[in-house]
Design a protein around this ligand. Structure first.
Ligand code: SF4
Length: 834
C-alpha cells in the first residue's frame, strides 16, 4: 500500500492550514524520520522547518498520561471509567439543574474532523445547546462572515495552483513566508518561473514575505477597508468593471459603489502616498488574473468582516473569481480550521454548511441524528462564552486541545472565569498548560502521530492523518473520550463508535442530506461508500467530492457564476472604514501588533520540544522602530516592559526599521509555562468584530519602557525548573534539557543564592567555580554526565550561551565538566568539588 511503503506512513503535518503531506517512519530512538510526501498536492514533497522537525517533537516530555481529578488537596489518578462517568454525571446534573445553556465546549482547530464531528453532535444534537466554539474563532471567523454575506456560504473558491497561475498576487495582512511557508515557497517558485508575476504585500510591518514582493505597502494598522474601497472606486472611475458578471450574477452593486465612492481621506487613513495607491490600483485593474491572499491581519480586527467584504467586492466587481488564477483566498492558520468550519464547530453554524435559521436544515439534522433535543439557535461565541462563564451563566465547560489562558484576549479575565467555574474539564495531550492548571478534571488525549482521522486544508483538500506511534500512558483519541462521556450521559446508541472511519462515513453522508443537486457547496457524496480499507487508504480529496478522487484534481468553486444565496446571485456588501476600537493617548501612545514567529506554533507545546526550532527565536521579544527605542531610552537586546491598563509583559527589545515608529510587535507563543510574563494576550482587550466575534488581536494601545537589570544567569537543566521568584526568565529546549535565560534586578551574588536553591544535587556531585569578577558557576554531575549547569554573571554575550549549550550537550566525560568551568570562568580562582 502506498501509505505504508518501506515503513514510511503517509500522514499530514500537525501545523498550519497549508496541510502538507508527510511521510513518517519510526526510528529506534522513539523519534520519527520525516520527509515530504512527493505525491501530496499541497506540497509535492516540500516541507518547512516546522514540518521537518516534527520527528523531534514526538518525545514524551510533559505528556499528560492519565485521567486525573485535581483538587485543592492534591491530584488523584482516575480510571477512564471513573473519569468519563464523573464528567458525564456532572454535565447531566448541570443541565438538569440550570438548563442546556449552562454548559459549553471550547474546542480547537487541532482536533481531527472525526473528533470535531462527535463533539458537535453531542452538544448540539443531544445536550441541546449550541454553546460550542472553536479556537478557529480567533483565526478566521471574519472570513466565514465575509464569505456567507457575499456568497451565501462559507466558500473558499480557489486552489493553491491559482497562485501559480495568477498575473498578480496580493498578500494582505499575512506573513506568508513564516505562517504558510510551503505555500510561500510555491509562490516564490512561480515568481522565478514567471518574473512578470506581480506580488504586492500589504502589511504594516516589513516581513520576510516582502523578499519576493515587487511592492510592499506599509499601511496603517486597520485601514484595509479604506484601501479596498479606494480600489473599488478606482475600478468604477476607470470603468474597469466586469459589467456582464455584475449584472448577471450579483446584487447590491449600486449601494456598494455609493459606499466606496463616499470613502474619503484614503491617503491619510492608510498612510500611503497617492503614487503608491495609484500604482497598486492600476496593477490590480490591468491584471486579468489576480489572487488576493489574506489572513489574520484582515480577520483579527473589530472590522474584520468588513475588511473581508471590501476585498471580495473588488473581486466580484471585476469578475476575478471562480476562474483559473483568480479569486480571494483566506488562508487558514490551523491544520484543521477548515474541518471545524465544515462540521460546524462554531457556535453560530449548525453542521455541514447547514444553518440554524433554516427549518429544513434543522429537520434534516434532527432526523439524521435521531434526536428531539437538537439546539435550534446559535450559541455563544468564544469571547461571549468566557464572559458567560465569568458571570456564572455557564457552569460547566469542556476545553479540548486548546489553551485559552494563552490564546484568548485579556488572560486575567479568562483566569477569573475558569477559577469561578464549578466544572472545568480539559482534554489535552500536554500535562502542564496554563489552562490545565485551572482544570478540575484533565483527560489525556492522543497527540499527532498517535491519532487517526482527517483534516481539511485551506484549499478544501481532505487528507488523512495516520497513527504511526503508540500513545504513552492512557492517552485516547478525542472522539473516543467524547463518545464515552456521551454514552454515559444516556446517548449510547448515537455514540456507539468503534472506529474513526465510521464517524467519517456518518459525517460524509450528513453532507449529502437535502443536497442532491449540490445546493450546498460542501458535499462528500463520493466518500459515503468508503469501507474500512477505503478510509485507511484514502488519498487527498478536494471537496466537493462527487466521486472518489484517485488522482489529484483541482476544482474551483463559483466557476459557473452561481452562488449559494437563495437567488444564486452573489451579494456586494457596502462597507465603510471604521477605525480600530483601541485609541492611543499620551499614556499609551503605541499600537501593539501580534503574530507568529517562523519556527514556533501557537503555545509551543509541540515546537517547544525541538532544539532545532528553538534556535530561530530563543526568547519572547518586542519589535520596535529605532526612533521609538531612542525616544523611550531602550537599547537593542535590553529587556522592555510593554504595558497598558489591563496588564504588562516583559520581553527582549529588538530594534528594527521594519516596523513603523508608532507600532510594536510581539509574538503570541510564550506563556507562563515557557517564560515569566511575556504574553501579548495579557495586553489585548476582548473587543471583537460585532458580526464575527473575532477579537482585535492586532491593535492594542500600549506604553513601553526599559526594564533595567543588573544580573543575568544561564541555567541548563535536564528537567524543567520552577522560577517564580525571578524577575525574568524564558525557557528554550536544547538537546538533553532546557535552557533558561534569566535576568534580575538583584546583584549577581543574590541571584546566585536564589538560583542555587534550584540545583538538584541529591546523590549527585556539585562542582562550583567562583571568580573575582562576579561570575559564579555550578555544575551538577550525575556520575559522568552534567545534569545541571548554572552560570550567573553581569551579562552574557550570545556566543557565551552557545558555548554553554555545546558544552552541556557534549558533557559525557568527567573531563568535560572541568572544561565547562574552565571555558566559562577562565579567570576563576577556585574550582571546588562541593
Ligand atoms: Fe506543516 Fe505548514 Fe510547514 Fe507545511 S507549511 S510543513 S503544513 S507548517
Amino acid at each position: 500500500m502506498a501509505e505504508h511503503n518501506e515503513g514510511w506512513i503517509k500522514t499530514t503535518c500537525a501545523y498550519c492550514g497549508v496541510g502538507c503531506g508527510i511521510e513518517a517512519r519510526p526510528k529506534h530512538s522513539g523519534e520519527l524520520e520525516i520527509r515530504g510526501d512527493k505525491e501530496h498536492p499541497s506540497n509535492y514533497g516540500k516541507l518547512c522547518t516546522k514540518g521537518i522537525a516534527l520527528g523531534e517533537t514526538v518525545i514524551h516530555d510533559g505528556r499528560l498520561l492519565s485521567p486525573t481529578l485535581k483538587t485543592s488537596h492534591g491530584n488523584k489518578k482516575l480510571s477512564w471509567e471513573a473519569a468519563t462517568t464523573m464528567v458525564a454525571e456532572k454535565f447531566t446534573q448541570t443541565i438538569q439543574e440550570y438548563g442546556s445553556d449552562s454548559v459549553a465546549f471550547y474546542v480547537s482547530g487541532q482536533l481531527l474532523t472525526e473528533d470535531y464531528y462527535v463533539a458537535n453532535k453531542l452538544i448540539k444534537g443531544f445536550m441541546g445547546t449550541a454553546n460550542i466554539d472553536s479556537n478557529s474563532r480567533l483565526c478566521m471567523a471574519s472570513s466565514v462572515v465575509g464569505h456567507k454575506r457575499a456568497f451565501g456560504s462559507d466558500t473558499v473558491p480557489v486552489c493553491y495552483e491559482d497562485i501559480e497561475q495568477a498575473e498578480m498576487v496580493v498578500i494582505v495582512g499575512s506573513n506568508l513566508a513564516w505562517c504558510h511557508p510551503v505555500l510561500f515557497q510555491r509562490l516564490r517558485a512561480a515568481k522565478q518561473e514567471n518574473p512578470s508575476l506581480k506580488i504586492v504585500v500589504i502589511d504594516p510591518r516589513k516581513t520576510d514575505t516582502c523578499e519576493i514582493a515587487n511592492t510592499h505597502l506599509p499601511i496603517e494598522s486597520g485601514s484595509d477597508v479604506a484601501l479596498f474601497n479606494g480600489l473599488l472606486s478606482h475600478l468604477i472611475e476607470l470603468d474597469e468593471l466586469d459589467h456582464e458578471f455584475i449584472s448577471s450574477h450579483t446584487d447590491h452593486f449600486d449601494e456598494t459603489i455609493k459606499a466606496a465612492l463616499a470613502q474619503q481621506d484614503i491617503e491619510e487613513i492608510t498612510g500611503l502616498t497617492s503614487q503608491q495607491l495609484i500604482q497598486f490600483y492600476s496593477d490590480f485593474s490591468s491584471s486579468d488574473k489576480v489572487v488576493t491572499i489574506y489572513s489574520q491581519g484582515v480577520n483579527q480586527s473589530s472590522s474584520g468582516s468588513d475588511k473581508v467584504n471590501s476585498i471580495l467586492n473588488c473581486h466580484l466587481a471585476t469578475g476575478k473569481i471562480g476562474k483559473v488564477g483568480c479569486g480571494p483566498f483566506s488562508v487558514t492558520g490551523q491544520p484543521n480550521a477548515m474541518g471545524g468550519r465544515e462540521i460546524g464547530a462554531l457556535a453560530n453554524t449548525l453542521t455541514a454548511h447547514m444553518e440554524f435559521d433554516n427549518p429544513e436544515h434543522l429537520q434534516l439534522v434532527s432526523d439524521y441524528w435521531q434526536t428531539d433535543t437538537l439546539a435550534t439557535k446559535p450559541g455563544l461565541k468564544a469571547i461571549d462564552m468566557f464572559d458567560a462563564i465569568d458571570s456564572g451563566k455557564i457552569k460547566a465547560v469542556w476545553i479540548m486541545a486548546t489553551n485559552p489562558m494563552v490564546s484568548l484576549p485579556n488572560s486575567d479575565k479568562i483566569r477569573s472565569a475558569l477559577e469561578k467555574c464549578p466544572l472545568v474539564v480539559v482534554s489535552d495531550c500536554i500535562a502542564d498548560t496554563e489552562t490545565s492548571r485551572l482544570a478540575d478534571v484533565v483527560l489525556p488525549a492522543q497527540g499527532w502521530s498517535e491519532k487517526s482521522g482527517t483534516v481539511t486544508n485551506s484549499e478544501r483538500r481532505i487528507s488523512r492523518q495516520r497513527r504511526i506511534l503508540p500513545s504513552p500512558g492512557e492517552a485516547k483519541p478525542d472522539w473516543w473520550i467524547i463518545s464515552q462521556v456521551a454514552q454515559k450521559m444516556g446517548f449510547r446508541q448515537a455514540f456507539d463508535y468503534i472506529h474513526e472511519g465510521e464517524i467519517f462515513a456518518e459525517y460524509a453522508k450528513l453532507t449529502t442530506l437535502g443536497n442532491d443537486n449540490f445546493e450546498r457547496d460542501l458535499n462528500l457524496i463520493g466518500l459515503t461508500q468508503l469501507d474500512d480499507k477505503g478510509y485507511s487508504q484514502l488519498k487527498p480529496q478536494q471537496w466537493p467530492v462527487t466521486e472518489l478522487q484517485d488522482k489529484v484534481i483541482n476544482q474551483r468553486l463559483l466557476s459557473n457564476g452561481l452562488f449559494y444565496t437563495p437567488n444564486k446571485r452573489a451579494r456586494f456588501v457596502p462597507v465603510s472604514y471604521q477605525a480600530a476600537l483601541a485609541k492611543t493617548d499620551d499614556t499609551h501612545p503605541l499600537i501593539l501588533n501580534s503574530g507568529r514567529v517562523r519556527d514556533h506554533w501557537h503555545t509551543m507545546s509541540r515546537t517547544g520540544l525541538s532544539p532545532k526550532l528553538a534556535e530561530h527565536t530563543c526568547e519572547p521579544f518586542v519589535q520596535l522602530h529605532a526612533d521609538t527605542a531612542t525616544k523611550y531610552h531602550i537599547l537593542d537586546g535590553q529587556l522592555a516592559k510593554v504595558s497598558n491598563q489591563q496588564g504588562e509583559a516583559l520581553v527582549r527589545a529588538k530594534v528594527t526599521s521594519d516596523i513603523a515608529p508608532s507600532q510594536l510587535f510581539m509574538p503570541i507563543h510564550w506563556n507562563e509555562t515557557t517564560s515569566k510574563n511575556s504574553k501579548p494576550c495579557t495586553l489585548i482587550a476582548n473587543t471583537t468584530d460585532k458580526l464575527s466575534g473575532q477579537p482585535e488581536f492586532k491593535h492594542s494601545a500600549v506604553a513601553i519602557s526599559a526594564f533595567t537589570t543588573v544580573s543575568c544567569a544561564v541555567f541548563i537543566s535536564n528537567g524543567t525548573v520552577a522560577l517564580d521568584n525571578i524577575d525574568y526568565w524564558a525557557r528554550q529546549k536544547v538537546a538533553g534539557g532546557y535552557l533558561y535565560r534569566i535576568e534580575s534586578t538583584l546583584p549577581v551574588s543574590e541571584l546566585a543564592t536564589i538560583l542555587k536553591e534550584h540545583l538538584k544535587v541529591d546523590g549527585q556531585r556539585l562542582i562550583s567555580a567562583e571568580s573575582h569578577n562576579g561570575k559564579a558557576q555550578w555544575l551538577v554531575l550525575d556520575n559522568k554526565k552534567t545534569t545541571q549547569l548554572l552560570s550567573v554573571q553581569k551579562g552574557f554575550e550570545e556566543e557565551e550561551i552557545t558555548t554553554l549549550i555545546e558544552l552541556y550537550v557534549q558533557s559525557d566525560e568527567p573531563a568535560n565538566a572541568s572544561n565547562i568551568i574552565q571555558t566559562l570562568a577562565s579567570d576563576s580562582h577556585s574550582l571546588t568539588p562541593a
